[in-house]
Design a protein around this ligand. Structure first.
Ligand SMILES: Cc1cc2nc3c(=O)[nH]c(=O)nc-3n(C[C@H](O)[C@H](O)[C@H](O)COP(=O)(O)OP(=O)(O)OC[C@H]3O[C@@H](n4cnc5c(N)ncnc54)[C@H](O)[C@@H]3O)c2cc1C
Length: 504
């Protein structure tokens, strides 16, 4: 058995995916389990965007045993309580997709059913009033959970906005301290076994040969091993997700950073605003079928909060995924494995979950096909569920003011999404299924935010008198309102615990 053990992992690429993988391997594969080497080229830049996350990121930090305040300081991070979607449903409209939950379950039934009863009677305010994260976000407030039983303050869900370059640097330091070897150099050749096609080594420009038993391809969109070498193939999703370009530019902060990401719909796509301690990250994601690069750049530059800090740059992508994430002895992680699009900040999470899945299925040199197939099937399900959630934002819109939005409104929806919408419309039910990243809160926020209306609710609600339902729903709202007032402003929280040093 021991002869079969993986003795060397070679990670190709030192962007977010490469260093997250290296850090997790260094932390989890203890007792000199195997050698870990990461190869990256200083001449090939990382993607340099990818700065908003979702709450699952905290789990990754926990696995690494990071000191959260130190992580926030070193990456110029801020806290994120959700995403505000502006102009997505119709011009002039906005809603928040918050983290955490809406209200509390009562009588064994989710809160939304009680709220829907009130909504149908015209007696309920927007669902946001029942989310601590949404209310606090709008007021610029943030704190971590405190030990207060029965209070929403005991269960605050949050994520981070951080500087991608500083994050890779931070994880590099973490990984190198734990024995990961970093080699700088451009890979110019990949050597494969002539019989099996397995990758045996990569060769650098200076002639250095780096071998490995297991190769992790974190080389970004190019997919140096998974695609250029193994020709795995790519499933193109651009019919469903037509955006294929982003113009990115950082700008100066104007005022204190807000504790949420902003996503503002534009005539052929949308713009992100990611507030960090030292700057704001901005980008305009658009479809080149419906808008030129010049026009997209102009829209971005005329909608910045502060002075631009760099020249805008264009990133091209094709939404979709590799036909296999794991092929022979190569596992693709990060952009090498596919890209949905940045709307709900899922890519860094998908890196994290692919790493977790790789650990569950950690191979021996036998590389069992059954296990590789299962790994690939689970990865497919996860990606498709995320894709469908993102598609919902585009498809469920009233916008008919541009050809892009006409296209989106008329999309042929995937079956999973059709069923999910139909169930919610008929009875307000949202059922989370296997490997599904987004929970009931997320679906509810976006269903409601994008104007999808339920016709019914769980019959248990009618076992309470109408007065009792109204009283309970109003009480939840008051508790949320009062709890938010207890929270400090994010600025004060950061000043107290995790203010980053000013960068020169
Ligand atoms: C427009 C846009 C916005 C995004 N926003 C978000 C977001 O808000 N939240 C989120 O979670 N994700 C986001 N993402 C995704 C996120 O940026 C990526 O998932 C993440 O940065 C990981 O990138 P990567 O490490 O796979 O690739 P890269 O950053 O491209 O790194 C590739 C690495 O491979 C190395 N390399 C390549 N070829 C060679 C070679 N021949 N020899 C040696 N080394 C080589 C390079 O040097 C580099 O180190 C966004 C992506 C895009 C395109």
């Amino acid at each position: 058995m021991s002869d079969n053990r993986i003795r060397k992992i070679t990670i190709v690429g030192g962007g977010t995916a490469g260093w997250m993988t290296a850090a997790a391997c260094a932390k989890l594969l203890k007792n000199n389990f195997c050698e870990i080497e990461l190869v990256e080229s200083d001449a090939i830049a990382t993607i340099g965007v990818g700065e908003a996350t979702i709450p699952q990121m905290q789990l990754f930090n926990k696995v690494l045993d990071l000191d959260e305040d130190d992580f926030v300081k070193k990456t110029q991070a801020t806290f994120k309580l959700g995403i505000e979607f502006v102009d997505w449903t119709r011009l002039g409209h906005s809603y928040i997709h918050p983290f955490g939950s809406f209200g509390i379950n009562m009588e064994g039934v989710e809160f939304q059913h009680f709220w829907i009863k009130q909504l149908l009677k015209g007696k309920a305010p927007d669902i946001e009033a029942y989310s601590l994260a949404a209310v606090a976000a709008k007021q610029g407030r943030f704190m971590r959970s405190v030990n207060m039983p029965n209070s929403p303050l005991a269960d605050i869900h949050y994520a981070f906005h951080f500087d991608a370059g500083l994050y890779a640097k931070y994880l590099r330091e973490f990984s190198e301290q734990r024995g990961v070897k970093r080699t700088e150099g451009r890979i110019v050749e990949v050597k494969q076994n002539t019989d099996s096609g397995f990758v045996e080594s990569v060769v650098l420009e200076n002639g250095t040969v780096i071998e490995g038993d297991l190769f992790i391809d974190c080389s970004g969109f190019r997919g140096l091993l998974i695609e250029q070498t193994l020709k795995t193939g790519y499933e193109d999703w651009s019919d469903l997700l037509p955006c294929d370009r982003a113009i990115a530019v950082p700008c100066e902060n104007a005022g204190d950073p807000i504790p949420y990401t902003k996503s503002i719909a534009r005539p052929a796509g949308w713009q992100w605003r990611i507030p960090l301690q030292h700057r704001i990250g901005n980008g305009h994601v658009f479809s080149s079928r419906f808008m030129s690069e010049d026009e997209a750049t102009n829209i971005l530059l005329s909608n910045l909060d502060g002075e631009p800090l760099a020249e805008p740059r264009t990133i091209k992508f094709t939404t979709g995924k590799r036909k296999k994430y794991w092929n022979k002895n190569v596992v693709a992680i990060g952009l090498a494995s596919g890209f949905i699009e940045p709307l709900e900040s899922t890519s860094i999470h998908l890196i994290q979950s692919t790493i977790a899945r790789l650990f569950s299925f950690f191979p021996t040199k036998d590389f069992s096909e059954t296990e590789i197939d299962t790994f690939n099937r689970l990865s497919d399900i996860e990606m498709e569920r995320v894709r469908d959630f993102i598609v919902l934002h585009y498809a469920a819109t009233e916008r008919n003011d541009t050809p892009f939005w006409d296209y989106c409104r008329n999309l042929e929806l995937p079956e999973f999404l059709k069923r999910k919408i139909a169930l919610y419309e008929s009875s307000g039910r949202i059922i989370r299924q296997d490997e599904e990243l987004f929970n009931e809160t997320s679906w509810l926020a976006v269903f409601h935010g994008q104007g999808i209306k339920p016709r019914g609710y769980h019959p248990i609600v009618d076992t309470l008198s109408p007065e009792e339902v109204e009283y309970r729903v109003n009480s939840v709202r008051n508790v949320i309102e009062n709890s938010a007032k207890e929270m400090p402003l994010q600025k004060d929280f950061i000043d107290k615990y995790c203010r980053a040093e000013k960068l020169m």
